[in-house]
Ligand binder design. Structure first.
Ligand code: 5GP
Length: 193
């Protein structure tokens, strides 16, 4: 199959990367979201097959055995997340550009595999304190999972120099504007950046 372009958005949980990704999907109809598989519980407002393919741990492990993932990670203890090969194939078949929202480890693996046609963007909060406040206000995490996410965020922030571009999410409006410019330029450039 002819390989197309891909755009990777990484950054700590609560950095705003999902909001930025969703906004770009609305603005650029040639982008299509790679719906990951996960074993975490569905949050209010999430839809199976749109936000994630929500799987049991057994089903997720079966897919690992069947080599159905491009990459997968145990992002948090006992919580698995992975990019399905079938998602990338589906999107390229439609002649669209794949948009990923994955953790930094998954992002690094995707970069190794598809580096030539990939735009890798790191979305960064102003500070860990801002991140903590955003995650607390979002009210989706227990105190334990909040602590785990903050610890992981501190590690993820050390990866920023491995990306093509870093967007500081000081205000969402500013981050979205910057992301739109980067994506617009990338989409209009010929293949193989
Ligand atoms: P959340 O539970 O907040 O939706 O996601 C937790 C973390 O898992 C985020 O950093 C998100 O980007 C990451 N993630 C989502 N899908 C995938 C995936 O397919 N692979 C990897 N490696 N990480 C993912």
């Amino acid at each position: 199959m002819k390989e197309g372009k891909l755009i990777l958005f990484c950054g700590p949980s609560g950095s705003g990367k999902t909001t930025v990704t969703r906004h770009l999907l609305e603005n650029f109809p040639q982008l299509s979201f790679s719906v990951s598989a996960t074993t975490r519980k569905k949050r209010d407002g999430e839809t199976d097959g749109r936000d994630y393919h929500f799987l049991t741990v057994d089903d997720f492990k079966k897919k690992i055995e069947q080599d159905q993932f491009v990459e997968w990670e145990e992002v948090y203890k006992d919580l698995y997340y992975g990019t399905l090969k079938s998602e990338i194939e589906r999107i390229w078949k439609e002649n669209k550009v794949v948009a990923f929202d994955v953790d930094v480890e998954g992002g690094m693996n995707i970069k190794k595999i598809y580096g030539d046609n990939l735009l890798a963007v790191f979305i960064k909060p102003l500070s860990v304190e801002v991140l903590r406040k955003r995650l607390t206000d979002r009210n989706t995490e227990s105190p334990e999972s909040l602590a785990t996410r903050i610890a992981k965020a501190e590690l993820e922030l050390t990866y920023e120099n491995k990306f093509d571009h870093v967007i500081i999410n000081d205000t969402l409006e500013h981050a979205l504007e910057k992301a739109k410019v980067l994506v617009g330029e990338f989409l209009s450039a010929p293949d193989e950046k």
